[in-house]
Design a protein around this ligand. Structure first.
Ligand code: SUG
Length: 448
């Protein structure tokens, strides 16, 4: 049976803004307070989805969330009508209002961890929503994420959904951004690679000194257990704490994998040789030939990687077996990174082509091409069981573009977030979106 890697991209929400909310994420910190352009952000994301679809890849779309999250503000003690809740939060606790307005659910690589059916004990595709509890503005995403994923992958015969892990730092889980899967064919058993930043219970693992390590070993292990993965099909590795302290807040900022290939920076991991040997050995047991492409620090520094998002790229398999790398424009702007990419593609290795996308609106918050997509490997039967409303087609691209043009503002500053009208605009837009994507009622305002 045929199998595919389907990229579900997060549609940027109408409140996309630069809140400076993510300590440890250099771009989020340095662009704080700038005004944003939500319309441009959403159109840039849609253009990437359309381009990948046009290149013949399977492409889906994941809906944004209701913001400002008035229910979250109510849980923090703000009361009255929705407009009063927003006005009171604006007056008394602006940082909480900003957090409740974040469109951060667009970075769907953090929405969940997904294990394909070929890896799991019950042969279903498993999803665990990420608790994202390192940052308040992200910790409020998972209830709606679970409902949206439930509406997209609604067939219980093929899809199993797990609630987010307990919402404490010891189980900090950032989803697929710290998870990669190696395999020969997408429909065959593979090796799932979990990268953690620290251990919550075992102090033999070093931790970063400056910035938070968002993913714990214990969270990754819990996800592997929930998904029913075999020990032989799992490899855990620790991210180098020094690179976390240089702004590598997720593993997908310093490494990307696909098929049998891991593309990574020399400084990405601890005990790299041991890790590579384990990946090689375990993939060989399921018939795969693990290959790695290491980018030396002499060619590209960690700082270059953080600024350009070279590794936050999409590594895609083409029908002839070669690979294509989807990178953000910032890679072209960095001379060392661009020189490296030229030599990589001309070397005649596996990665033959680089395609550049303008994702500046998302990049300014630390979200590149890979952050914007959640990969779900599906066989033909499973793909047919996905809600067809969320699979990208030319007409859907047209509808979504028109929807963005109709509902989104082209400028948003912090003061605009205090305007209760923004909530109404967002709800009107999302109500229409659930009809376009055939999701049913998934948002708090549609349910309560
Ligand atoms: O969690 N930025 C996100 C970026 C997530 C990128 N995802 C992956 N690497 N997979 C984060 O730090 C910034 C929001 C703001 O500052 O307004 C933010 O949440």
């Amino acid at each position: 049976m045929k199998s595919y890697e389907v990229n579900f991209d997060g549609l940027v929400g109408p409140t996309h803004n630069y809140g400076g909310l993510s300590y440890g994420n250099v771009a989020s910190q340095s662009n704080s307070q700038q005004s944003s352009n939500p319309k441009e952000a959403a159109l840039q994301g849609l253009a990437k989805m359309k381009a990948l679809m046009d290149m013949g890849f399977q492409q889906g779309v994941l809906a944004p969330q209701e913001r400002p999250d008035v229910a979250a503000l109510r849980r923090l003690g703000f009361s009255g009508t929705d407009a009063q809740v927003i006005e009171r939060a604006a007056k008394e606790a602006m940082p909480l209002l900003v957090a409740s307005c974040s469109a951060s659910s667009m970075w769907v690589a953090n929405a969940a961890t997904v294990s394909p059916s070929a890896d799991t004990a019950d042969s279903r595709v498993h999803f665990t929503a990420a608790n994202l509890n390192c940052k308040y503005h992200r910790s409020i995403e998972h209830p709606t994420t679970s409902r949206v994923l439930g509406a997209m992958f609604a067939n219980q015969q093929h899809f199993a959904h797990h609630a987010a892990l307990p919402a404490v730092a010891q189980f900090g889980d950032e989803g697929a951004a710290n998870h990669t899967r190696f395999c020969r064919e997408y429909g065959e058993a593979g090796v799932e690679f979990f990268v953690f930043g620290r251990s919550a219970f075992d102090n033999r693992f070093p931790a970063p000194q400056k910035y938070p390590a968002r993913q714990t070993l214990e969270a990754s292990q819990a996800v592997a257990r929930l998904h029913g993965l075999r020990d032989e099909g799992v490899v855990y590795a620790q991210q180098n704490p020094d690179v976390i302290d240089q702004g590598v807040f997720h593993n997908d900022v310093i490494a990307v994998g696909n098929g049998e290939v891991l593309f990574y920076h020399e400084d990405a991991f601890l005990e790299t040789d041991k890790m590579l040997a384990e990946l090689q050995g375990k993939l060989a047991k399921v018939g795969g030939n693990f290959q790695s492409v290491c980018v030396p620090r002499s060619a590209v520094t960690v700082d270059d990687a953080v600024r350009s998002y070279l590794f936050n790229s999409q590594l895609l398999s083409r029908p002839d077996g070669s690979m294509l790398l989807i990178v953000p424009q910032e890679c072209q702007a960095n001379e060392r990174v661009w020189t490296y990419l030229q030599s990589l593609t001309s070397a005649g290795g596996l990665i033959r082509e680089v395609k550049v996308f303008d994702l500046k609106q998302s990049m300014q918050n630390g979200g590149g091409p890979a952050c914007l997509r959640l990969r779900v490997a599906l066989n033909e039967t499973e793909l047919a069981a996905v809600n067809p409303g969320v699979i990208m087609t030319a007409p859907l691209y047209g509808s979504l573009t028109a929807w963005v043009e109709k509902h989104y503002r082209d400028r948003l500053s912090e003061t605009d977030l205090t305007d209760p009208q923004l909530l109404l605009e967002c709800r009107t837009a999302l109500d229409e979106l659930t009809q376009i994507l055939k999701l049913g009622a998934v948002y708090p305002f549609q349910i309560n």
